[in-house]
Design a binder for this molecule. Structure first.
Ligand code: LER
Ligand code: MN
Length: 271
């Protein structure tokens, strides 16, 4: 069974980003719960931005799970990536993500590596950069395993990274790693830009998918763009995907309406 999830961002520096609810954790959770979402995905500035007991209490009160935690603040606030040519920065990136893994793992939730994967910077060698990414993911995958969770790696579209853009490239890269604890994030917005055929990619590489970002072609809530969801939903069911469809979309036309649109579409395809 696929479960519904909505994003809540608590980081002012990413205010223009594709997140449904903003800044007010409790108000976002209350709304998510009222609409019948199963879970929330959180973007925090750091691993200690919310006290564990406080989050426990709120999740229980609103009958929600924590689906995943985003690590993007490590890049946006601190400039850290796993592929920076400077080894000290790579080490700090690993340490930041390790802390986020611990934060999520206390709730059984994986951490997501999106923008913290970085890029092959001008003048740098692809092979060497990919070896830094592999080193970081191997280390962090092992750490996630020791905490009883997976680690989620997200192929991003070409305007955000030149490392790995498709589900196929991501899957093959995961096969080359020592760790088997890293899964892929299938973000339907990035896939709309990069995949030749979204449902075929899901059918071919479904066993690698550990999380789904549920957004339409224009990154508005599902149903507001031209993604053909029917085939995608069927493909996810065929590969027996049983994780979350998490709304990482722009709060269009406003957060409440975006959340309502998302849960309606979720029920239509997965309910
Ligand atoms: C993060 O999940 C993502 O999809 C990125 O596009 C955010 O920069
Ligand atoms: Mn995403």
């Amino acid at each position: 069974m696929i479960k519904s999830c909505v994003t809540i961002a608590l980081v002012p520096q990413i205010k223009t980003g594709p997140w449904i609810f903003w800044e007010d954790l409790e108000a976002g959770m209350e709304k998510a719960s009222k609409l019948g979402f199963d879970a929330i995905e959180l973007f925090t500035a750091s691993a200690d931005a919310i006290e564990n007991p406080k989050l426990q209490e709120l999740l229980k009160k609103h009958n929600l799970e924590l689906a995943a935690v985003g690590t993007g603040a490590g890049k946006v606030i601190h400039g850290l990536t796993l592929t920076d040519p400077n080894s000290e920065i790579r080490e700090k990136a690993v340490s930041f993500i390790s802390d986020m893994i611990d934060f999520g793992a206390a709730f059984g939730a994986p951490a997501i590596i999106g923008s913290m994967q970085g890029n092959i910077l001008p003048g740098n060698d692809r092979e060497e950069t990919m070896s830094w990414l592999a080193e970081g993911l191997n280390q962090l995958g092992k750490h996630a395993e020791s905490r009883g969770v997976t680690l989620i790696y997200e192929p991003l579209n070409r305007y955000e990274t030149n490392l790995l853009n498709t589900i196929e490239a991501g899957s093959k890269f995961l096969d080359s790693l020592e760790t088997k604890s890293v899964k892929l994030l299938a973000d339907l917005f990035h896939m709309n830009i990069e995949e030749g055929n979204l449902e075929e990619s899901i059918l071919n590489w479904g066993k690698y998918i550990g999380h789904v970002h549920f957004a339409d072609s224009n990154r508005r809530p599902m149903g507001f763009g031209h993604t053909s969801m029917k085939e995608i939903a069927e493909a996810l069911q065929t590969v027996k995907y049983s994780g979350y469809a998490s709304a990482e979309a722009f709060p269009y036309p406003n957060p409440d309406a975006a959340a309502e649109q998302t849960i309606e579409e979720f029920s239509k395809w997965f309910g």
